[in-house]
Every structure is written in structure tokens, then in C-alpha cells.
Design a protein around this ligand. Structure first.
Ligand SMILES: [Cu+2]
Length: 340
């Protein structure tokens, strides 16, 4: 490698000469135009395998020049929106009504254009893993944006006038990695460790975490994933993520119900109903017979602050191996082994 620097210098000097020639030709154009750039930012992030998900924009703050664009890319299994509110209140993600619980189309569908100057609302609508959303920012200022799905998931975009110092993609990427790693170390690993084994379940043993998390980290897993008990014992699931609803659902060979039912409307796009079969509890948890049984949709955000975590307890009288899932998170599954 000792010869490399010399060769690089030689190549560089050749390149400089060529550039100088080009510059000489372009002198009549006076001021060189600074090309607008597009920076890519992450919306959400996963640990490898998706055991730990980060509900954050990474990096949290970026700085661009007026006229530049930003592309947000969903980098997690969890879905997100990128939403500029322009001073308006955030539209709710889900709206319960007399005829059912519906996803709010104002949050789920995209709105606004491809350019944003701070007035009104502009948003991506609901995006899933790998999807992107690009907006151009022509006007200097500081713009806050949020995810309408995850309360507290917020980012800041600083738009500077031409000639001021702004981020490069390399700088954005370095901060992205640092912020994601810091969140995983400071939040994700402690949450995994404190919920990795059976939990105390108020006299009923064992206790299983039905998901774990905090305001930025989400662990969409049953922990521990496999538990062995004796016939006649009970199991209690504890919702250990204060932000995320889950279900405990034994399918008993049935196909899981669809999460969303589209309801066509005469004018406008179909309304999107949260399937009542996912929301409602089903079966008797004190008399499980191996068939379909579900806790129903249990949402810890409905618990008053400081209240106890929601729980769901089931008794198992028949020996066997029983698999269960969360109807909301497809990689969230567990097994109860009942020995005689
Ligand atoms: Cu879940």
C-alpha cells in the first residue's frame, strides 16, 4: 500500500488539471451554481431480526439548504407517517365511532404536495418498511414533524439560506448510526434484560411479557417465548409496553382475521375499519379447549397514567403444546407447553 498515496496524488493532479481546464471554460458563467441535494433520513429502525424496534427519526435533526429535498425511508417492520402539521393539532390515528373503530383517513392517506413551506399540513400517510417519502423545502426556517402513529416520535428540519453550512449525507449517516446505537444500548438492551425471563404475576405464575417497551423502544415479542407449565396451571400475560396494543390469540387452527376491513363509500376512498373480530375478546380463558381464544385488543394507552399494566390470565387444563400469536404484530408468537 506504500505506493498508493503517490498514485492517488498523481490521479488527483490529473483530475485537478482537467477541472482547471473546465473552470477556465466556465468562467463566463461567473458564480458556480450549487446543485440542490437530497438527504435521506430513517423513519424508524430495527435491531437485526426485528426483536427491538426504535420509534424515532434518525437523525433527529438535520440541516439543509433552501431548495434541497429530504427523503424519509421506513427502516422498521413497524409502520410510520412523516407529517408536517403547520401548527394544526395532530389528527388521531384511530377514531372510534358509533359504527365501528376506523383508521382516520386524514392520518392514513397522504396529503399536501411534494413541496412544503410551513403552511398547512403535508404528510406521507401510512408507510411500511422500505417505502420512501420525499419533500422539497424552498423556504428557510425550522420545521418540526411527527409520526401520527407513535406519540412522541418527532423530528426537526432546519432549512438555511444558500451559502450557510448544512449537513452532507455522510454527516447524516454518521449521526443516524450513533443515535440508533445509543437508543438500543440505553433503552433496548435494559428492556430486553429486565423482561427476558418469567415475570412476577401477582400470585399467579408464570408471567409473560406481552411486548415490552418505553416511549421510543418497542419489543414486539412475547418474553419468554416458550413456557412449560403443569395441567391446571394458569399463565398471566402482562402488557409491558405502555404505548403499544397487542392481542394474545390462540388460533386453534383458524386463519387469523384480517386487521382491516375496507368499507367503500359513495364519495371518496374506502373507510378502513379495524376488524371487530380483532378487537373483541373471544372464548373463556378459564375453560380453554384448544380452539380459538383471544384476549382481544388490549391497549395500554387507555390505562390512566400510573395505573397498573393490563394483564390477561388463562388456565390450561389439557396437556398439549399450544401456539399463540398477536393479531397486530405478525412476528409476535409464543408457545405454552402443558405437561400432565
Ligand atoms: Cu402485538
Amino acid at each position: 500500500m506504500r505506493t498508493a498515496p503517490t498514485r492517488t496524488l498523481l490521479r488527483l493532479s490529473g483530475w485537478l488539471a482537467a477541472t482547471a481546464a473546465l473552470l477556465a471554460v466556465s468562467v463566463p458563467f461567473a458564480k458556480p451554481l450549487q446543485a440542490a441535494q437530497t438527504l435521506t433520513v430513517s423513519a424508524g429502525a430495527d435491531s437485526p431480526g426485528g426483536d427491538v424496534e426504535l420509534n424515532a427519526f434518525a437523525p433527529h435533526t438535520i440541516t439543509i439548504t433552501a431548495g434541497d429535498s429530504v427523503t424519509w425511508r421506513i427502516d422498521s417492520t413497524e409502520f410510520h407517517t412523516i407529517s408536517f402539521l403547520g401548527g394544526n393539532p395532530a389528527p388521531p390515528f384511530v377514531t372510534p365511532g358509533p359504527d365501528g373503530v376506523f383508521f382516520n383517513l386524514a392520518a392514513v392517506n397522504p396529503n399536501g404536495g411534494t413541496s412544503y413551506d410551513g403552511s398547512g399540513m403535508t404528510g406521507s400517510g401510512l408507510l411500511t418498511n422500505g417505502q420512501t417519502y420525499t419533500v422539497t423545502f424552498p423556504t428557510p426556517g425550522t420545521y418540526e414533524y411527527v409520526c401520527l402513529v407513535h406519540p412522541g416520535m418527532q423530528g426537526t428540519l432546519v432549512v438555511k439560506s444558500a451559502g450557510e453550512t448544512v449537513d452532507s449525507q455522510a454527516a447524516v449517516d454518521a449521526r443516524r448510526s450513533a443515535e440508533i446505537n445509543a437508543a438500543l444500548v440505553a433503552h433496548g438492551i435494559p428492556l430486553l434484560m429486565s423482561n427476558g425471563g418469567e415475570l412476577p404475576a401477582e400470585g399467579v405464575s408464570p408471567g409473560i411479557a406481552a411486548g415490552a417497551g418505553d416511549d421510543t423502544i418497542m419489543i414486539p415479542r412475547f418474553l419468554p417465548e416458550r413456557v412449560t407449565i403443569k395441567a391446571g396451571d394458569s399463565v398471566t400475560w402482562i402488557w409491558k409496553d405502555p404505548m403499544t396494543p397487542h392481542t394474545v390469540t390462540f388460533l386453534g387452527g383458524a386463519t387469523p382475521p384480517d386487521l382491516v376491513i375496507p368499507r367503500p363509500q359513495a364519495d371518496g376512498p374506502p373507510r378502513l375499519e379495524l376488524n371487530p373480530a380483532v378487537l373483541a375478546p373471544s372464548g373463556d380463558p378459564t375453560a380453554f379447549d384448544g380452539g380459538y381464544l383471544s384476549s382481544g385488543f388490549i391497549d395500554p394507552t387507555q390505562i390512566p397514567p400510573g395505573g397498573p399494566s393490563p394483564t390477561f390470565t388463562m388456565r390450561f387444563d389439557q396437556p398439549g403444546t399450544y401456539e399463540y400469536v398477536c393479531l397486530l404484530h405478525e412476528n409476535m408468537r409464543g408457545t405454552i407447553v402443558v405437561e400432565s
